[in-house]
Structures are given as C-alpha cells and as structure tokens.
Design a protein around this ligand. Sequence first.
Ligand SMILES: C[S@@+](CC[C@H](N)C(=O)[O-])C[C@H]1O[C@@H](n2cnc3c(N)ncnc32)[C@H](O)[C@@H]1O
Length: 256
Amino acid sequence: MDFNSGMGAVQRRMAQTQEGVGRRKATFEALGIAAGQHVLDLGCGGGHLLRDLALSVGSKGRAVGLDPSEPQINAAKDLCKELDNVEFSQDSATRLSFADDAFDSVASIQVLEYIPDVDAALAEVHRVLKPTGRFVSVSVLWDHWRFHGPEPKLNEQMHEAFKAHCSHQMLPLQMPAKLARHGFVGAQCTPIGFMNNSLHHNSFAWLASSLLSHFAQKQGIPKADVERWREQLDQAVEDGRFGFVSMPVLTTAIAR
Ligand SMILES: C[S@@+](CC[C@H](N)C(=O)[O-])C[C@H]1O[C@@H](n2cnc3c(N)ncnc32)[C@H](O)[C@@H]1O
C-alpha cells in the first residue's frame, strides 16, 4: 500500500472514525503511560496517537513519531504543531536511529503487517526499549477483514485483490512466538473486533470500501466490476443484509 498517495489521506480519515478512536484507546490503556516517559509511535501515520502520547508524558517527557512516508509525517507534524515535546523520524522501523534503551514504551497501530522483514523491526523495537519497557501493537487478521452483501464471486475477487496491499495477512497469530524469539516476555493477545451495518460517509466501512475499490483497480480489476461491487454494497444496505467485519488484535509484551 502506498501511503504517499491518496490512500494515505483515506487512511488518516479512517484513523479518525469511532473504530480508529477505539483502537487508540485500547493501545493507550495497554501502554500504562506515566508523566516524564519517553515513548515511540512506530508508523505514526497522521499522528493521532502521537499527540495523545505527547500530551500525556508532558514537558519532561518525549514522544517520537516515526514513519517512512513524508505526507504521513507532515500530517503528524501539523497535528502536533503546538507541542514542544514531540520529535519526528522519517525512517523505517527496520532501521532505527535511536540509541539502545532509549524508550520506556513503543506503540505501533496497524503497521507491522506492512513491513516485509517484520523480524528486523521487532529486533529494533527490542533494542530501543529499556529492560521492562512495554511494546503494544495492533495488527489486523486480514483474512477476516470482510464485506458481506455483494454477489459471492465478485466479492471474493475484490478481497483476493486486496491481499497484495500488505505483507502479512495473519500476523497476530505469529506475534507471541516472534516476540519470544526477540527477547520479549509475557505476550498477550486481545481481539478488538468490530462490525459496521451502515455505509454512512464517516463509517469505517465506507472508507474501507473506497480504499479497497481504489486498490482493486490498481490490481487490474476492471472499473465496471468495482463500480458494480459498490452498487451491490449499497443494495445490501437497502435490503438490510450489509455487514463489514474486521478483527484487529492488540498484542502486548515486555522487553526482557
Ligand atoms: C495503516 S497506517 C497506520 C498509521 C497509524 N499508526 C494509525 O493508526 O493511524 C500504516 C502506517 O505504517 C507506515 N509504514 C509502512 N512501512 C513502514 C515501515 N517500514 N516502518 C514504519 N512505518 C511504516 C505507513 O507509512 C503508514 O503511515
């Protein structure tokens, strides 16, 4: 997925939906933030979590937003512009420029599944966390990310096309073993699934349908088929049989 394109802008809108707020709240609570801490938001996107983290750690603390995408970093800078304890790093999670033991906690919402060498990223997270530092990440079980309502064959084609949008379809299943290999202890996974029955224009489902439509066309699905799929979504809403289901998983672990 190219977050430098229009899809980045759609992603930032998704982060502001009720479901986006919900996963940030779950992440924030699991981090157990205290004033004065140093925290890293890995793949900070538009900076919504980063801003909350910076406000919480206060002037004696430090919040760093890292993202390789310039438009994402710029959006995050704009959102955090009145805060003086925020720093940015336009970089990949696989190659962090921070010293060993630099952070009390690291957060990462829907980022790791986009990183082909996710083990390199986890090794870096472990390196920059202090011993007993906390890592909290959210990744999606993409095989269960699904629209319901359109005709099955076309619906399947659309979802198949979307598989190429990230590197790891079912990363949460592998996280506990990966974290243990990289020196973390106490990994715990909590599903934070949700369902939308509406396609109103600020719903997660509507924004997700825009993203999927755009991506499917790029993957070679004809525009007419994509339009037909969207019409069938609307029809399913009208008939009272539409649903969109997603199953993100919150994973927490402690650096040893
Ligand atoms: C779905 S967005 C999530 C953004 C933000 N965490 C949120 O919840 O709104 C995924 C983000 O991961 C970033 N990303 C992609 N590859 C990355 C990498 N190798 N290292 C760090 N971030 C990466 C993208 O640029 C994008 O901003």
